[in-house]
Ligand binder design. Structure first.
Ligand SMILES: [Zn+2]
Length: 227
């Protein structure tokens, strides 16, 4: 290797080490409390151009989780902001926010045995939790409802909402306002749609053949629960 090549190799190594170090420092957002003033947590230097970016989630919006960084480090934070959600078990707030503008129906199955299941009205309110989670390979939505001046919230399967709010959710994720979701989310949401389709087919067949609700329920036991 010539002297130039050695020098260039060293320079590239130094630059990439620096980039990786900076990225690692901001790859996870942090709770921005008890912070140093005029300090960039990415390049770890005193700066007067400090920006704040909240994580696009419940804790970003209410618990001050996010990033503090200078203008020069914005590119690292933007990268981290794009990638930090890959392993999360919830969808970004901005991607599910459209749900907060509507009212829905859901089939409420209470834990209390003396309340028979019934159709209840609900809505989404991002101030209690994130809106959409992944749990045991199902999509769970955090819905809120009011009862006698109290507010309750619960995680239910997305299929429950798809089934009872056909006008809103349609029969396909592509016809909804879910946009640009990561493919792992699309796959899971499609599963919720498929379950609803299966339920409807079973109901149609049972109705056509005048089979009882009991038989319908027995058949439904063989697929995942939509409620
Ligand atoms: Zn910086």
């Amino acid at each position: 290797m010539s002297g130039n090549q050695i020098w260039i190799n060293e320079m590239i190594k130094e630059i990439s080490d620096e980039i990786i170090t900076k990225y690692e420092r901001v790859s996870t957002p942090f709770r921005t409390v008890m912070i140093k003033m005029h300090y960039c947590y990415c390049c770890r230097s005193k700066r007067n151009d400090i920006n704040y970016l909240a994580e696009d989630s419940f804790r970003g919006r209410f618990n001050l989780v996010g990033w503090l960084y200078c203008n020069d480090c914005a590119q690292f934070v933007n990268l981290a902001n794009n990638y930090c959600f890959i392993d999360r078990n919830y969808i970004r707030y901005s991607e599910a926010k459209f749900l907060t503008k509507h009212n829905f129906n859901f089939w409420r199955i209470s834990y209390t045995k003396d309340i028979s299941p019934y159709l209840e009205k609900c809505f989404f309110d991002g101030s209690y939790n994130n809106l959409i989670y992944r749990k045991n390979n199902r999509i769970k939505v955090n819905i809120v409802w009011e009862e006698e001046n109290d507010i309750y919230n619960k995680l239910i399967n997305l299929s429950n909402l798809i089934y009872y709010n056909e006008l809103f959710f349609k029969d396909d994720i592509n016809k909804t306002e879910f946009k640009n979701l990561h493919k792992k989310w699309v796959k899971l949401i499609n599963y919720e749609y498929d379950l609803v389709k299966q339920y409807k087919i079973i109901e149609k067949i049972c109705k056509k053949n005048k089979l009882s609700n009991d038989i319908e329920n027995i058949i439904k036991v063989f697929i995942d629960n939509i409620y």
